[in-house]
Design a protein around this ligand. Sequence first.
Ligand code: NAD
Length: 246
Amino acid sequence: TGRLRGKTVVMTACGQGIGRAAAIACAGEGARVIATDVNTELLRGLQGMETARLDVTDPAAILAFAAEVDGIDALFNVAGFVHHGSILELTDADWDAAFTLNVTSMMRMTRAFLPGMLARAEATGTAAILNMASMASSIKGFPNRTAYGATKAAVIGLTKAVAADYVRQGLRVNAICPGTVDTPSLRGRIAAQADPAQAERDFIARQPMGRLATVDDITPLVVYLLSDESRYVTGQAMLVDGGATI
Ligand code: NAD
């Protein structure tokens, strides 16, 4: 405990899944956590942290939120959606929606919070941004992940470009790339298939370790990358995938 003591961390998509677990883990490590989600019902029950509604697809809401909070040491951009389908099933609207939620939101959050975080880095010597990518990205292709894989590859590119621009100013920018994580949306993707039992077996089979990740398999990497323990790490896309990309 105490690995994030003294740090203020803003996170998106904390209502459920990895974001929620990460918010709890960071609060447990002593951070002041500002946990946001578009769905405020889902934020209820989060203890020991501040919560706020934030729709990351709303540029005005992002600017208003960034103007409200200061002294931010770390930002974790989590919000994203898995669009299912091959390129022949993909509409322009699906593609645009995927990029708006998965990529443009992270660009806007970063742009809005960056001036404050650079000021903070000047004062304290360090600030960290973490972006949620995926093993399904530039790292590996998966069936029916055309829009998703393209957006998560873009997240890695955004991460590296911003890391390169601010590496001399104390700001570190990294991405995490989980394998298949047991979260409410994954359960939804399994249930949506014609044969859910087979779909679950197929998702498990992607990981040579023979099981899905739990959110608790992912949060230690989040804490590490948001803390000063990773002070020499920037511009990286780190995998935590049960061996899927060995
Ligand atoms: P989830 O998909 O179950 O939950 C997503 C959360 O995002 C919900 O609380 C939802 O209310 C919130 N959200 C949706 N739209 C939003 C918006 N416009 N603004 C703010 N919040 C919004 O959670 P998850 O499966 O842990 O996924 C979280 C992130 O992790 C996503 O970026 C996803 O692509 C990524 N990821 C997930 C897996 C996995 O297998 N579950 C693997 C790799 C990466």
